[in-house]
Design a binder for this molecule. Structure first.
Ligand code: SOE
Length: 408
């Protein structure tokens, strides 16, 4: 480790995602053999006192109150953006132009226009060996990566149907306050962009197919909530004053994929009883797979080519050294958790940028998901008309595929 070059990181933001990313940077070099040593150099937050407290808690060496200071520093190699969506575009473009690699939380931006500007900046930077990646972390849950590997190997045959849903229930209570994730000018959209973006990315990642058109609807069940007094986790404490919810609580849509599959999607933060259920089922001509983030160490696999009397969904524990990322962890069957996706993301980012190869998902991939989000919103506005995902954004971006560590 001492002989490795440092990769000095500045992280802008320090909320829920700041904690998760910090964990990733801290742990990745302890378990994976990385080509550089990530250094948690600078944490940026507008409130100096809160930023210092977060830096101490998460293990960052210094703090600053303006992201421009991080971008201007010569001793920073990476800007990690975990702020609300409204600031992604300015920070990411400035950082890329200053020669910093960028890791940016999803959704990439609050509009297709912003996402396109970011993807353009990333394409220009890549020509100079400077790379940008978007944080669709769930690709790095070993069972999800393995699902992609199974589909790519032909194990389910021709993919025909996809059922994707991301269900949470933290907004069922109308007293949960108006956090930034409930305000359009900060978050861009509601359940659609916050968690639907993950379902879209994961469905496309696992199937290797891109959504080409969608028809959908959005619903906001609770239209006013108490304004936020102080934030923590996904929400925080409520004040006495009420404010308008300006985003969707639920997004429902169907879609067509470029490889011929059709899919249904549901994203909601009001699905009573479901805490963090990102579920994907893929049905093909020879088999099917089934993934649920609430049971993230396993994958369901149905082999329709097995003898008729022995067919049935098999629950595969994705905790063997042959499975993606697992070799670095515990003995067989000693399970992983939510935070490991962030460690794997840090690992893949460092391997990519230090090795001079584009880490995935790229900003072009983030733009493509943004186009899908935009098409769903426009479909909902038009009474569920079918909207081509390419219509809003000009050149369609490619969905690149991640090479899992077991395949490298
Ligand atoms: C971050 O990746 C994220 O999408 C959060 O923004 C959501 O709120 C969380 O529930 C899932 O992960």
């Amino acid at each position: 480790m001492p002989n490795k070059p440092p990769l000095r990181i500045a992280m802008t933001g320090y909320g829920f995602m700041g904690a998760a990313h910090s964990q990733g940077w801290r742990v990745a070099p302890r378990f994976f053999d990385l080509p550089a040593e990530p250094e948690m150099t600078l944490l940026v937050g507008r409130n100096a006192e809160a930023a210092s407290a977060a830096a101490e808690k998460f293990g960052w060496a210094e703090t600053a109150t303006d992201w421009r200071d991080a971008v201007a520093r010569d001793d920073i190699d990476v800007i990690d953006i975990v702020t609300p969506g409204d600031s992604h575009v300015d920070i990411a473009i400035a950082a890329l132009e200053a020669g910093k690699h960028v890791l940016c939380e999803k959704p990439l931006a609050n509009s297709v226009e912003e996402a396109r500007a970011m993807a353009d900046a990333a394409a220009r930077a890549a020509e100079r060996g400077v790379y940008a990646m978007v944080g669709f972390t769930y690709r790095r849950v070993p069972a999800a990566t393995f699902a992609r590997d199974l589909v790519a190997s032909g194990a389910v045959g021709e993919v025909r149907q996809v059922r994707a849903m991301y269900l949470q229930d933290w907004l069922v209570d109308p007293e949960v306050p108006l956090a930034w994730r409930l305000q359009k000018h900060l978050a861009g959209s509601g359940a659609l962009g916050d968690i639907g973006a993950h379902a879209i990315d994961l469905a496309q990642f696992i199937t290797g197919q891109k959504l080409t058109s969608v028809s959908g609807m959005l619903e906001t069940f609770v239209k006013q909530r108490p304004k936020l007094a102080s934030s923590s986790g996904l929400a925080g404490t409520a004040s006495d004053e009420m404010g308008d919810v300006t985003v969707d609580d639920l997004a429902l849509f169907t879609g067509r994929f470029d490889g011929g599959a059709v899919g249904s999607f549901e994203a909601t933060r009001m699905s009573t009883g479901r805490k963090n259920a990102l579920r994907i089922e893929v049905a093909g001509s020879k088999g099917a797979i089934s993934f649920d983030l609430e049971d993230l160490n396993s994958l369901g696999f149905y082999d329709a080519t097995a003898p008729a009397g022995r067919q049935g969904f098999t629950k595969i524990m994705v905790t063997e050294p042959v499975h993606p990322y697992i070799e670095a962890w515990w003995p067989s069957g000693h399970t992983l958790g939510y935070e490991h996706g962030f460690t794997h993301q840090a690992r893949d980012f460092v391997v990519g940028v230090v090795g001079g190869t584009q880490p995935t998902p790229s900003f072009a991939d983030g733009l493509q998901v943004q186009q899908v989000l935009d098409a769903v919103e426009r479909s909902a506005e038009s009474g569920s008309a079918w909207i081509p995902t390419s219509e809003s954004a000009g050149s369609p971006a490619s969905v690149s595929s991640l090479v899992s560590p077991t395949k490298e």
